[in-house]
Ligand binder design. Structure first.
Ligand code: NOJ
Length: 677
C-alpha cells in the first residue's frame, strides 16, 4: 500500500549508503523534489521510505522543489575509551553519506542531510550551511518521519515531558494514538529490535513521536489522519516554546541526529553505542575528579515523611544527621552522601516558589564547613542538591557562585532538580529553552569540577561523551514512586522494561536499595519487589552514581547488605545474558578494576526458574560465586524479606539454576580466584 503511494511519484535515482559490514543500508531518494530516506537490514526494509524536511515560520515549506547538487562520502573506524561506563572500549565505525540539496527555484535555499550507517543502525541529521536567503529562521515543524515496515509490538511512554515518569506500555504500533517520547523500542514478530531516539540534542527542541500518516508526495500540507493501511508511521513532533515556535536558528546550523538502532537480540540492543558515537568526543582535559560513586542519603527519610527538606523540628539536613551518614558511608564502602534540603529557600513540602532558593546559603543547623571537613577526613564525598523548582533564571544567575561555593567545600557532584510543570513558569523542560539551560549547567559545572545528576531532566541523548561530568539522570519513573504514588506505583515488570527503553538513552538514577517495605505515606503501597530483586537492580540498571536509597538504620546488620557494599559502579564489560522485555532480565558485568563479575537477575510478577550459563567467564580461571537469592517463601506482596546467601565454586562450564520469587531476583558476586588452571 505504502510502496504504491511511494512509487506513484516521480523519483530520482536512489543513493545508497552501506554500513562497514554491509548488513545495514540507508537509501536516499528525491520524489518530485522531496527528500525521502529508508533503512534496510540484511536486505529487508525496516524503515520504509520516510519523508524529511521542515516547515518554517510563515507556512514556509522547506521540504520540496529540491535537486541534489552534490554528495560526499566518508568513513571512520576508531576505538575510544569511556572515562566511566558499561564497558571501557567503544568502537565508532561507520560510513557516511552527505546529500547536498538545493531548491531549484525561488530563494534556492540549501540544506544537507548527513547519514551515518553503523553495523548496529543508522543516524542522520540536517545541516544548514551559511547562505544568503536563510540566515535567521524559525522552525514550526520538523517533518521527519519513521515509516516502520511492520505493525509490530512497541514499548512506548506517553509524552509527559516534564520528567519522563510514565510507565512504558506495550501495544501494536498502529494502536498508538498519543504522542510518545523517545526512545521507543519495537520488538518484531521474528524477535528482533528497532529503537528510535536522538543523539546530541543541542540548542534544539526534543524530538517526540506522533502517530500520523502523510505519505502522499503530491501534498505539501501536513494532515494527521490514521488509516489502517499505513498506521505504522511516526512523525517527529518537536517540543515548542511558549511562543509556539519549535526552534530558533541561524545558519550555519545543525540539528540533532535522528537514530534508529537495529539489533538481533537484547544484548545487541542494550549495547549499541551509536548514540554516544554521534556525540562529540570528551572536552574535559583532566577527568581524574570525575569518579563513579555509590552513595547514601537522608533522601528516603523525606519521601517517607520522617524528615523535612525545610528547616523545622524534623529537618533532615542537620549537621548531626550528616555526621551519622558520613560515618556509615565510611564504614560501609559508600563513596558519597547526598544531602537534600540543606540550603535556604525550601518553603513547604518538597518545593514551592523556586525563586527563593539560595544555592550558597546553608540553613543555620547545617554547618557546611564542619561537614565537608569531616567528610574529607573520612574519605567520603558530599553530593549536594540544588533543587530549582523550575526557576531556571534564578539558578542561572547563581550558577557560578553556587558551583564556586560547592568547589570550595570540596564537593565534586551536585544533584539538580526541576520539580515544576514549566521552567520559569513558561517553557517546557524539553523545549529548546530547556535544552539550552541543561547544557549550560553541565558545561558550567565542568569548569568548577562538578559532576551532575539531573532530576526532572530532558531525555538523555549522549552528552556524557562530550561532557563526562554529566554522570546520571532521572527522567524515569524511579523507585520514589513507590513512596508516594497512589496510582499503583511501579509494577513488578517495570524494571524488566527500563534497560531496553529508557536505559538506551543513558545512565538512570533509579535509586534502588529498599530493605524496609513499610510505607507510612500511602498505607498499603510499597516498593514492589523482594529484597533479592533490590540487590539485583544494582547490576541490571546501570548508573555510575548509584544510590543505596534506604535509611541507614534499615540496613543495620543485615547480611545481604554486603552485596550493595561490594557491588562496583564502573565496568569493564557488560552482557545481557537472557531476558524478555516486560518479563525478566539477566545481566552480567565485569568490574573495571578486577577480574570479578557481578550478575543480576530479576523477574516480573511471575515466579520463574532460570538457568544462567557462565560460559562467558575466563576459561582459564576458577571462581567462587556468592549468590544472594530469594529465600524460602519469598514473594514481593506477602514476604519480601527472606534472602538466602550461598557460595559455590564455578567456572565457565557452570550453569546455575535459580528460582526467582514473584517480583524476585538474584544478585551474584563471581569472585575470581588467584590460581589459573
Ligand atoms: C524530585 C526528585 O526526583 C527527588 O529525588 C527529590 O528528592 C525531590 N524532587 C526534591 O527535590
Amino acid at each position: 500500500m505504502l510502496a504504491g503511494v511511494f512509487f506513484a511519484c516521480a523519483e530520482s535515482p536512489k543513493t545508497t549508503l552501506s554500513s562497514p559490514a554491509g548488513n545495514i543500508s540507508v537509501d536516499f531518494v528525491l520524489q518530485d523534489g522531496k527528500p525521502f530516506y529508508s533503512i534496510n537490514k540484511n536486505g529487508k526494509t525496516v524503515i520504509n521510505p520516510s519523508r524529511l524536511g521542515f516547515i518554517l515560520n510563515g507556512n514556509d515549506f522547506l521540504n520540496g522543489g529540491f535537486q541534489i547538487i552534490g554528495t560526499e562520502t566518508a568513513e571512520k573506524d576508531e576505538t575510544w575509551q569511556q572515562p566511566w561506563g558499561e564497558e571501557l572500549d567503544v568502537r565508532n565505525h561507520y560510513k557516511e553519506l552527505t546529500v547536498k540539496l538545493q531548491e531549484k527555484n525561488g530563494k534556492k535555499r540549501r540544506f544537507d542531510i548527513v547519514f551515518r550507517a553503523f553495523d548496529d543502525g543508522a543516524g542522520f541529521r540536517y545541516e544548514f550551511p551559511e547562505q544568503d536567503h536563510l540566515k535567521t529562521f524559525e522552525i514550526m515543524d520538523e517533518l521527519t518521519e519513521f515509516v516502520l515496515a511492520g505493525d509490530d509490538s512497541i514499548w512506548t511512554q506517553r509524552l509527559f515531558d516534564r520528567d519522563y515518569e510514565q510507565l512504558y506500555r506495550k501495544s501494536k504500533i498502529s494502536e498508538i494514538t498519543d504522542t510518545v517520547s523517545t526512545p521507543v523500542t519495537v520488538e518484531t514478530a521474528d524477535g528482533k529490535y528497532i529503537a528510535i531516539h536522538e543523539a546530541a540534542l543541542i540548542d534544539y527542541a526534543a524530538m517526540n513521536l506522533s502517530p500520523v500518516t502523510t505519505l502522499s508526495c503530491e501534498k505539501n500540507s501536513f494532515s494527521p489522519q490514521k488509516t489502517k493501511a499505513n498506521g505504522n508511521v511516526f512523525k517527529a513532533t518537536l517540543t515548542a516554546w511558549s511562543s509556539g515556535i519549535k526552534v530558533y536558528g541561524n545558519t550555519p546550523f545543525k540539528t540533532p541526529w535522528r537514530i534508529v538502532i537495529l539489533a538481533d537480540n537484547l544484548n545487541e540492543l542494550a549495547h549499541s553505542r551509536l548514540m554516544l558515537n554521534l556525540n562529540e568526543p570528551n572536552k574535559i582535559a583532566d577527568i581524574q575528579w570525575i569518579q563513579p560513586m555509590k552513595y547514601i542519603g537522608i533522601w528516603w527519610g523525606m519521601h517517607m515523611e520522617k524528615m523535612t527538606w525545610t528547616e523545622g523540628p524534623i529537618h533532615g539536613a542537620t549537621t548531626k544527621n550528616m555526621m551519622r551518614y558520613i560515618d556509615f558511608a565510611a564504614k560501609n564502602n559508600m563513596d558519597g552522601v547526598l544531602v537534600e534540603g540543606w540550603n535556604v529557600g525550601w518553603d513547604g513540602y518538597m518545593v514551592g516558589d523556586g525563586t527563593k532558593f539560595k544555592f550558597s546559603m546553608p540553613y543555620p543547623d547545617f554547618d557546611m564547613e564542619k561537614i565537608s571537613q569531616y567528610a574529607s577526613e573520612k574519605g567520603v564525598s558530599i553530593i549536594s542538591h540544588n533543587e530549582t523548582a523550575g526557576a531556571t533564571s534564578n539558578y542561572e544567575h547563581q550558577l557560578d557562585s553556587a558551583f564556586a561555593f560547592a568547589q570550595k567545600q570540596g564537593i565534586h557532584a551536585i544533584k539538580t532538580g526541576y520539580v515544576s510543570p514549566l521552567l520559569d513558569g513558561k517553557e517546557r523542560h524539553s523545549s529548546q529553552y530547556g535544552v539550552r539551560h541543561y547544557r549550560k549547567v553541565v558545561e558550567t559545572a565542568a569548569k568548577y569540577r562538578i559532576a551532575i545528576d539531573t532530576h526532572e531532566p530532558i531525555m538523555p541523548t549522549g552528552w556524557q561523551r562530550t561532557w563526562p561530568n554529566l554522570m546520571t539522570q532521572e527522567g524515569v519513573r524511579g523507585q520514589e514512586w513507590d513512596a508516594w504514588s497512589t496510582d499503583g506505583g511501579n509494577p513488578p515488570e517495570h524494571t524488566t522494561i527500563l534497560p531496553f527503553t529508557r536505559g538506551l538513552a543513558g545512565p538512570i538514577d533509579f535509586t534502588p536499595g529498599t530493605f524496609n517495605f513499610d510505607n507510612p505515606v500511602v498505607p498499603g503501597t510499597r516498593v514492589q519487589t523482594t529484597i533479592a530483586k533490590q540487590l539485583a537492580l544494582y547490576v541490571v540498571i546501570y548508573s555510575p552514581l548509584q544510590m543505596a536509597s534506604d535509611l541507614i538504620e534499615n540496613y543495620g546488620n543485615r547480611p545481604e547488605f554486603e552485596f550493595i557494599r561490594l557491588v562496583p559502579v564502573d565496568w569493564q564489560k557488560s552482557i545481557v545474558l537472557d531476558g524478555k522485555i516486560g518479563d525478566f532480565v539477566v545481566t552480567a558485568r565485569q568490574d573495571k578494576h578486577s577480574q570479578d563479575w557481578y550478575i543480576g537477575a530479576i523477574t516480573d510478577e511471575n515466579v520463574r526458574d532460570i538457568k544462567i550459563d557462565l560460559s562467558f567467564l575466563d576459561k582459564d580461571k576458577k571462581y567462587t560465586a556468592k549468590i544472594f537469592k530469594d529465600g524460602a517463601n519469598a514473594d514481593w506482596k506477602t514476604n519480601p524479606y527472606p534472602v538466602e546467601i550461598v557460595e559455590e565454586e564455578v567456572d565457565n562450564h557452570t550453569i546455575l539454576d535459580l528460582h526467582l520469587a514473584a517480583s524476585g531476583g538474584a544478585a551474584i558476586w563471581v569472585k575470581a580466584k588467584e590460581q589459573v588452571r
